[in-house]
Design a protein around this ligand. Sequence first.
Ligand SMILES: [Zn+2]
Length: 303
Amino acid sequence: MRAGPAPGNRRRAIVTALVLVVVILVGGFLLGHLAGSRSRSGLGDRPDAPKNSRDRVGPNARLALPPLPPRPQPITGPDRPPLPVEKGGPFGSRLTTGTPEVALTFDDGPDEVWTPQVLALLRDYGVRATFCMIGAKAAKYPQLVRDVVADGHTLCNHSWSHDVWLGLRDEPTVLADLKRTSAALTAAAPTARISYYRQPGGNWTATLVAAARRLGMTALHWRVDPHDWRNGPSYRIAADVTGQAAPGSIVLLHDGGGDRARTLSALRTILANLITRFHLAPLPPGIEEPRPSGTGRFGRPGQ
Ligand SMILES: [Zn+2]
């Protein structure tokens, strides 16, 4: 009768077999993992490369990937980032949005006849804009100011009484006029922030630009002006705007200062055309760049 292996030898054999099994399993796992990594690296450095196994099918996987989504556009509304600095207009005023967005601006309101009709048309097209208001009119029609703000449009200071020669007056007079106008706008719509000043007639001076800046406002000029206040034919107003509008354009129109029937008629064509070509946006309510804090009486933002 042959004697079997000693109990000690049998235990060693079992342990050795177990170690071999573990080594084989771990080795197989590591090899598979390395192969997978190499395959994934074929997708390039895109941080958004899909991670599921369907996309790890070989060298042609890259061709099958969908294109990268477009970069997100700036968010419009109260939380959107401020505009990039741009001082291409007279005396360092702003000519463009500095973004691909086109901004429609309406001057010389609020007007009890025309402002509600402009608001209704903008609402129909889902477009928000910027309204440069005359202080005395804002004081007379505070509900219209509130209606403009309630629809998500941005407010802009257009002087107290549309003084086209305001820039020739001394600095205290200019500051008092601009402050009185902003006060009338915020008295009507306390949540609104008045971050833009537009000089009537576009008659900028260094005094005006500096005064607007001291009060926390950007000097707002324009790039596209169809002279709608001259009451030319509406097709000409519309053709001027649609022909001249380009990415970044600030467009000057009027919702006050006279009979705006032709502007209103042109606005239908303008909106129908521009919304297919551009993103129409109100100017952001915030200021365009950080201002130093505590720099004197007018140095704080939001004043
Ligand atoms: Zn004006």
